[in-house]
Write a protein that binds this ligand. Structure first.
Ligand SMILES: NC(=O)c1ccc[n+]([C@@H]2O[C@H](COP(=O)([O-])OP(=O)(O)OC[C@H]3O[C@@H](n4cnc5c(N)ncnc54)[C@H](OP(=O)(O)O)[C@@H]3O)[C@@H](O)[C@H]2O)c1
Length: 248
């Protein structure tokens, strides 16, 4: 039921962190992988080396999910080469944390454009081929901030809460075509995004997490693998909470 042989999965923002872990988890089940990122460097090189070691076929597209023309070109190119898209994981995300009164319009737009508009543009681009196939999985990576709030994250929280609303509406629209749309509510995970935060925040977060530790990217990837696989065939419009109990 976990087998993804011959399937094609696009994972946005997959040069490192959670996106990389998702790409490797899907690849481990035989999925052909589409990587996406915006910056060249060691992150994407390392991800490619890990996929090379697994022996999976993969494609790499450099560009922002917030740019409609790039997204449409990426999806067209994947279809030209592989003829299908089975899984889309809307994972690309950034944060620009500041108290609301100090947030600039640009801070708002960049975060909402990447986390929310980007997910919409990618979903829109894959819906037609998925409808034709009469199957597909769209998985949106949301956050605990969407449902519990967090100081300094009004832009990020709004974007991630928007993802949950979008998930439910698309799940209703696309259910008749056997396209399942779900979201993950992700807690505090050990990636570059959280490594940049002050040590005191790490200590506070650990105290608030019943499991007593920060999560690993592969633990989010495992939930994603479940949602991408045959094991979740009757789940759509739902949110799975992967936060070590930090949110409940
Ligand atoms: N870490 C956590 O605790 C946590 C908690 C809740 C939710 N999340 C969510 O999980 C997702 C992954 O986060 P992470 O912690 O793995 O962060 P990360 O280590 O900073 O990785 C972010 C990834 O997104 C890519 N990216 C950023 N902007 C992009 C854009 N406009 N277009 C395409 N790719 C873009 C980055 O590549 P480039 O640098 O090359 O652009 C990178 O591959 C995000 O949506 C984040 O909001 C994370």
């Amino acid at each position: 039921m976990l087998n993804l042989n011959d399937q094609v999965g696009i994972i946005t923002g997959s040069s490192r962190g959670i996106g990389r872990a998702i790409a490797l988890a899907l690849a481990g089940q035989g999925c052909r992988i589409v990587l996406n990122h915006t910056r060249d460097g060691k992150d994407i090189t390392e991800t490619c080396a890990q996929l090379d070691a697994l022996g999976n076929q993969y494609l790499v597209y450099r560009g922002s999910v917030a740019a409609a023309a790039f997204v449409d070109d990426m999806v067209k190119s994947v279809l030209d080469q592989w003829g299908r898209i089975d899984i889309l994981v809307n994972n690309a995300g950034i944060n620009k944390d500041k108290p609301a009164m100090l947030l600039s319009e640009q801070d708002w737009d960049e975060v909402v454009d990447t986390n929310l508009k980007g997910a919409f543009l990618c979903s829109k681009a894959v819906i037609k081929p998925m409808v034709k196939q009469r199957s597909g999985r769209i998985i949106n990576i949301s956050s605990q901030t969407a449902v519990a709030g967090r100081e300094g994250q009004s832009n990020y929280g709004a974007a991630k809460a928007g993802l949950i609303g979008m998930t439910k509406s698309m799940a209703r629209e696309l259910g008749p075509y056997n396209i399942l749309v779900n979201a993950l509510i992700v807690g505090f995970i050990d990636t570059l995004m959280t490594k940049r935060l002050p040590r005191e925040i790490h200590t506070d977060m650990k105290r608030l997490i019943p499991l007593g530790r920060i999560g690993e990217p592969r633990e989010v990837a495992n939930c994603c693998l479940f949602l991408a696989s045959g094991l979740s065939s009757y789940i759509t419009g739902s949110t799975i909470n992967c936060s070590g109990g930090g949110y409940m």
